[in-house]
Design a protein around this ligand. Structure first.
Ligand code: FEO
Length: 410
């Protein structure tokens, strides 16, 4: 989508879609692309709110020039310096040399680390400062670690608009329109928002929650993030989703994630899912970590109260695809899981031992029994898997039934 879209009488959407990059931050798959949102505010003064990544610089500069309708650019508001939003700042500075860059102290510290450009005009803002643009003004709020230490948001009180930078963003290009009420597949949007949060922001959930509490004090009618749709009709829904993600709310169900080399550990996983169902657990999901990207396994693990991991032994140690998953879960500080484990080995163990050591180091409740098969599951192993399923059902029984915390209901 390359058109300039009016958000209201004085605001233009001039963001871009990126369908070239296969990976965000060169590590997270982008099967549906990515949007980098940017906004132009036209008042007595003109202000550009956030830029885009470098690979879309020509499209972006063209849209900005057209949206300005012959006017000069007075301000560039920099809410966040990660290069998916800052890589085109040097270009904008070169095209509009009189522009004043607006950021906090850390914004400029990071900007100077990334880009060797002459400083130009700069305005340093701090918590609660306002910038008047004529009939409208922006008030700045620091939201450190959502996503970086310099991250901040701004609030346009006249129309209750929040420019939220990475907060409330998600993976995915804007396909059927730029607004939330134009999204064709809300389930996909919810899933890709969760995958973005749980891989990019999750580690800083405590800070995200603090930022959300700060925003609680604002009356918000429209949320304009730098990724994903513009929330003009259902801002309550993305607020709810982000709040639930950052509070680590959970579904009353179980994710079984397994890796398997020759199908024997897979067999254990499949039997286990049947036993979980027989034990009365309705919501059971099975994922193969060798075929599902770790970012998706991470997102799904984040959502479920129950987590059962199973893997074979490889070179006396944990099968690498599973090791990658548990490393990400550790890094992201996932908590409050009911954890079950199973493993497999032929001549020397290692997988279950490693999973147990990991589970004991995490803030989880570790279920008994764990199950370890030799090469293939025998009757006694299947019995133990059944006991593990029953232990999971018993542990989950105390967890309240509730609506899905991770859906977008519109
Ligand atoms: Fe979209 Fe943290 O950058």
């Amino acid at each position: 989508m390359t058109t300039i879209v009016p958000v209201n009488a004085y605001l233009r959407y001039i963001g871009v879609n990126d369908r070239e990059k296969p990976l965000f931050e060169h590590q997270w798959p982008l099967p549906y692309g990515m949007s980098y949102n940017s906004y132009l505010l036209l008042d007595e003064k003109t202000a550009l709110l956030d830029c885009v990544d470098a690979n879309q610089s020509d499209v972006f500069a063209g849209k900005l020039r057209e949206a300005l309708e012959g006017r000069d650019l007075d301000y560039l508001i920099i809410h966040h310096v990660e290069p998916d939003h800052s890589a085109t700042i040097p270009l904008i500075r070169a095209l509009y040399p009189e522009v004043t860059l607006v950021g906090n102290q850390k914004t400029f510290e990071f900007l100077d680390q990334f880009y060797q450009m002459d400083p130009g005009k700069r305005l340093v803002v701090d918590e609660g400062d306002s910038l008047s643009l004529g009939a409208h003004s922006l008030r700045f709020y620091k939201t450190a670690m959502t996503h970086w230490p310099e991250s901040m948001v701004s609030y346009l009180a006249e129309d209750k608009i929040l420019f939220s930078q990475d907060i409330f963003g998600g993976f995915g290009a804007l396909d059927t329109g730029i607004f939330d009420d134009q999204v064709a597949d809300t389930r996909l949007l919810a899933d890709e928002s969760c995958r973005y949060y749980t891989n990019v922001v999750a580690k800083y959930s405590a800070m995200a929650l603090r930022a959300l509490k700060k925003l609680d004090g604002l009356e918000i009618q429209t949320i304009l993030p730098v990724h994903g749709p513009l929330w003009r009709s259902h801002p309550d829904q993305i607020l709810k989703l982000y709040r639930n993600l950052s509070k680590q709310e959970q579904r009353k169900g179980v994710l079984v994630a397994f890796g398997s080399m020759y199908g024997n550990t897979e067999h254990m996983a499949e039997e286990l899912t049947l036993y979980l169902k027989e034990a009365g657990i309705q919501d059971v999901k099975l994922l193969d970590v060798t075929k599902t990207h770790p970012s998706t396994v991470t997102a799904e693990a984040w959502k479920y109260r129950g987590l059962i991991l199973g893997a074979p032994t490889y070179n006396h140690a944990l099968f690498q695809p599973m090791k990658t998953v548990v490393d990400i879960l550790t890094e992201n500080k996932m908590k409050d899981k009911i954890l079950g484990l199973f493993g497999n080995y032929t001549w020397s163990g290692g997988a279950l031992k490693a999973l147990k050591a990991w589970g004991e180091s995490q803030p989880y409740t570790l279920l008994e029994p764990s199950v370890e098969a030799r090469s293939s599951a025998k009757a006694e192993d299947l019995k133990k898997l059944q006991a593990l399923a029953q232990a999971m059902a018993q542990a989950l029984a105390a967890f309240p039934d509730q609506a899905d915390p991770f859906s977008l209901d519109f």
